[in-house]
Design a protein around this ligand. Structure first.
Ligand SMILES: C[S@@+](CC[C@H](N)C(=O)[O-])C[C@H]1O[C@@H](n2cnc3c(N)ncnc32)[C@H](O)[C@@H]1O
Length: 470
């Protein structure tokens, strides 16, 4: 019988690396075609394996397998399991999730600043140097190598029940023996040593500085009956320290935070208590349910809230909107500052997360907590706030949309409310630049932009932009 032909090994080509591009890639050219290369640095000469190279494709993709001339910004990778060069040498896949780990931290920030500046220039004709953009800022105290900052982690589970992660754009799984971006609280659980058989996804959350952790187990599609799932979950719980609360999350489709999931407690609690201390010394407590949204970097909640309050400078009696509000991270300090004579309209789409916001704000009657999509609910909420006399104008708007940005309809509604000030928090420079261009067309100018490195050793960056009505 004929054996199927073994797949051709992907070609390896020599490339000279050009500038950084968004998404963790660097731009090179091969035979006139653009190649997006990972694990590289500008100016390097490398050997790279073509991972996507269709003849008809507009561009190709490649991963560096060897460095012929190294950049001075290159360092030993901070996480051996994500080290693409070591992986290529030993013929194993590298885990995704730390695609900038081979770059010195200061250089990562310089590159992220270049990506940010380029997007604003290209999509919104904004020259960030004219705004006094001072480069990407570190958040909070940090490990010199950009490790131990993630208070939220999501893992896959391999066939042996080990925590695992996918390589970039791959369905393969890399079983983990470490994950140095995870916070020290998560490290203390040593989840890499546990057996998660029976589950297909594991989410772990740990508040910065606390000793409680929350482990959510998503049963695999082929899971046994409910009793079998509970037994498997109890077996997981028995392998973890007592400080870990364990719950099973069953999802009837959709993301964890969409409110359609059901949480079933196995041990401990189904929620975490998060504490945020601002630069002013003000201290806030939040309850965040297992499947609810919370910022990932340990210093992000305080860093972002300080930046937002610095822009909005809320005053007693004002009316402010907090859009894409999550569990109320910004809503709570805004509500305290506008006082009982003011109003904060807080809109969050995910029902479970919105429930958290309602609990976190229940003592603040000036906060109106609305659940729904901003683009669908903002107008109706502003009409309600005006008591049926047209649409309530806003003094300021804070928006912190997901990666896709706010989009045309939400920007239109925000501009119609005529806020003097807009604080726009964004985790994606492309959608931020697109929305910034739209805000400009509607009479708002970007006054300042700060970029925070809330995702060290990855290509991601967080922007807080201050827009003012021209
Ligand atoms: C980046 S998070 C910000 C949450 C909050 N500001 C914080 O920092 O904790 C974005 C939030 O927007 C919510 N969301 C996504 N799309 C939405 C939409 N169209 N309308 C309202 N909320 C939405 C998500 O559920 C998520 O909680």
């Amino acid at each position: 019988m004929n054996q199927p032909a073994a797949p051709e090994p992907a070609p390896v080509v020599e490339l000279t690396i050009g500038p950084v591009a968004h998404g963790g890639h660097f731009v090179a050219r091969h035979q006139g075609r653009v190649v997006f290369v990972r694990h590289a640095l500008p100016g390097e000469r490398v050997l790279a394996r073509l991972t996507e190279h269709d003849d008809g494709a507009r561009f190709w993709r490649a991963d560096v397998v060897d460095v012929l001339d190294a950049s001075a910004d290159r360092q030993d990778h901070v996480w051996d399991q994500a080290d693409a060069l070591a992986a290529a040498r030993s013929g194993r896949p590298a885990a995704g999730g730390a695609e900038f780990g081979h770059i010195r931290l200061e250089a990562q920030r310089r590159l992220k600043g270049e990506v940010f500046a380029e997007h604003l220039e290209r999509a919104a004709s904004i020259d960030v140097s004219a705004l006094g953009f001072a480069g990407v800022e570190a958040a909070g105290e940090e490990d010199g190598l950009g490790r131990f900052w993630r208070t939220r982690m999501a893992f896959a589970v391999d066939a042996d029940g080990r925590l695992a992660m996918h390589p970039h754009r791959s369905d393969d799984l890399v079983a983990l023996s470490s994950m140095p971006l995870a916070s020290e609280e998560i490290q203390r659980l040593s989840p890499w040593d546990a057996d998660f058989s029976g589950f297909e996804r594991v989410e772990i959350a740990a508040p910065a500085g606390g000793d409680e952790t929350l482990v959510l187990l998503v049963p695999s599609a082929a899971a046994a009956d409910a009793a079998g799932v509970r037994r498997a979950a109890r077996r997981v719980a028995s392998q973890l320290p007592d400080s870990a609360s364990v719950s099973v999350l069953t999802q009837e489709g959709g993301a964890a935070a969409d409110g359609r999931g059901a949480l079933q407690r196995i041990s401990g609690r189904t929620w975490l208590s998060e504490s945020v201390e601002l630069a002013s010394g003000d201290d806030y407590q939040f309850r965040v349910t297992g499947e609810g949204f919370w910022q990932i970097h340990r210093a992000a909640p305080a860093t972002l809230t300080d930046a937002v309050l610095g822009i909005v400078a809320p005053e007693p009696g004002q009316t402010v909107a907090d859009l894409y509000a999550g569990a109320g991270l910004f809503t709570l300090p805004l509500a305290e500052r506008v006082g009982s004579g003011g109003r904060v309209l807080s809109i969050e789409g995910a029902p479970g997360t919105s429930k958290d916001a309602r609990r976190n704000l229940h003592e603040h009657r000036q906060a109106v907590i609305a659940q729904g999509r901003v683009e669908r609910t903002l107008r109706g909420q502003l009409q309600r706030l005006s008591g049926g006399r047209g649409t309530r104008r806003l003094d300021a708007v804070v928006l912190d949309p997901p990666r896709a940005g706010a989009g045309k309809r939400a920007v239109e509604l925000i501009a119609q409310a005529q806020p003097a000030t807009i604080a726009y928090v964004s985790c994606d420079p492309a959608s931020f630049a697109r929305d910034a261009a739209d805000l400009r067309r509607r009479g708002y100018e970007l006054v300042t932009a700060r970029v925070f490195d809330l995702y060290p050793n990855t290509h991601h960056l967080e922007t807080v932009g201050h827009f003012a009505r021209a």
